[in-house]
Design a protein around this ligand. Structure first.
Ligand code: PDD
Length: 289
C-alpha cells in the first residue's frame, strides 16, 4: 500500500514519523476513521466537522482546509486504486521545541492510511464474523475536565484498558471474553463501546445513550438515528443501565467499519434478535448504495 505523509504519497514501508512527534510522545493528535463506498468518502462533511471540533478543542491549529485534507485522502485512494476502502486520517501537533506545553506555531504531521474494506452490509462476514458479544467493564467513560469523550484524539488508552479487561489466558494463548467492551459512566449509566456506539430496541422503539453523557458523537450513530426517524421508528436518546441492554429485545453496535453490528449477548445474557436491526441495516445499505 501507499500512504500520505506530510504532503507526499509514499510506500507504506517508508511512511514514517519522527520519534519527537508529539503524537508519539504524548498522544497529542486527532484522527478520524472513514470509509469509502465506490470510491466516495461516506459522510465526509460530518467527519470533517468532528475533526475540526477535536482540533479546536486541542488547539491544534493545523492550517489545512477541509478540501486540502479531502484532496490528500483522494490522492491516496487513487494511488492505491481502491474503491471500497478504510481510511484513517491523523493530524498530530508535530515536532515542537520545548516539552509538554504546546506552542502556538504548528507544523502538523498529517498522515492518511488506507486499506481495502469490502462492503459489510447485512452479511458483513468480511468485516466482522457474526454478532458481537458485549461485556460491561470497570473502566469508565467519565464526564469531567479531562479529555472529553466527544473528542476523537489519539488518547485511546481508556478504550485500550477496557479492551484489556476482556483478555484472559486461554490454553493456546490470550483469548477474549467478549468482542466489545461496554463502558459505563461514574454513576453506572451506559455510555458506549470502546470503539462503537450502542443501541437497543424495546417494544419497537430505538434507544441510544444521549450525547449529554460522555459519548463520542458517532457518524454512524447519527445516520442510524436519521434512518429510524425517516422510518417513523420511535427514537429515544436517554440514560440507560446495563440491565436495560440485558433485557432489551435487540441490541446493536455502530461504527464506521462495522456499520450496524448486531449483539448476541450482553454480560453473558442472550439478547433475542428482532426485526428492527435488520430493517435498519437494510436501510443503511440502501443509504450507502
Ligand atoms: N471509532 N465511540 C468510540 C469511542 C469510537 O472510537 C468510535 C469510532 C465510535 C463510532 O463512531 P463512528 O460511527 O463515527 O465511526 C463510537 C473508530 C472506528 C476507530 O476507532 O477507528
Amino acid at each position: 500500500p501507499r500512504f500520505h505523509v506530510d504532503g507526499a504519497v509514499v510506500p507504506a514501508s517508508e511512511a514514517t514519523v519522527s520519534v519527537r512527534d508529539r503524537g508519539f510522545r504524548y498522544g497529542d493528535a486527532a484522527f478520524e476513521t472513514l470509509r469509502t463506498y465506490a470510491g466516495d468518502v461516506f459522510e465526509w462533511a460530518a467527519h470533517a466537522d468532528r475533526l475540526r471540533a477535536t482540533c479546536d478543542l486541542l488547539s491544534i491549529d493545523h492550517g489545512l482546509s477541509d478540501s486540502e485534507l479531502r484532496r490528500r485522502i483522494d490522492e491516496t485512494l487513487v494511488a492505491n486504486d481502491l474503491d471500497d476502502a478504510y481510511v484513517r486520517l491523523s493530524i498530530s501537533r508535530g515536532v515542537q521545541p520545548g516539552k509538554l506545553t504546546p506552542q502556538p506555531d504548528v507544523t502538523p504531521t498529517v498522515v492518511v492510511e488506507v486499506d481495502a474494506l469490502p462492503r459489510g452490509g447485512l452479511e458483513g462476514e468480511s468485516v466482522w464474523d457474526g454478532p458481537a458479544t458485549l461485556q460491561t467493564v470497570k473502566t469508565q467513560r467519565v464526564p469531567d475536565r479531562a479529555i472529553p469523550a466527544r473528542a476523537k484524539t489519539h488518547n485511546y488508552l481508556n478504550g485500550i484498558l477496557a479492551r484489556l479487561e476482556l483478555r484472559i489466558d486461554g490454553p493456546d494463548g490470550p483469548e477474549t471474553t467478549a468482542d466489545e467492551a461496554l463502558l459505563l459512566d461514574a454513576d453506572g449509566a451506559v455510555t458506549e463501546g470502546a470503539t462503537s456506539n450502542v443501541f437497543f430496541v424495546d417494544d419497537r422503539a430505538l434507544h441510544t445513550p444521549s450525547l449529554d453523557g460522555p459519548v463520542l458523537p458517532g457518524i454512524t450513530r447519527s445516520v442510524v438515528l436519521d434512518l429510524a426517524r425517516e422510518e417513523r421508528i420511535p427514537v429515544n436518546e436517554g440514560r440507560y443501565t446495563p440491565d436495560d441492554l440485558r433485557s432489551a429485545d435487540e441490541v446493536f453496535l455502530t461504527n464506521t467499519t462495522w456499520e450496524l453490528r448486531p449483539v448476541s449477548k450482553v454480560d453473558g445474557i442472550e439478547v433475542g434478535g428482532g426485526p428492527v436491526t435488520p430493517l435498519l441495516s437494510k436501510l443503511f445499505d440502501a443509504r450507502v448504495e
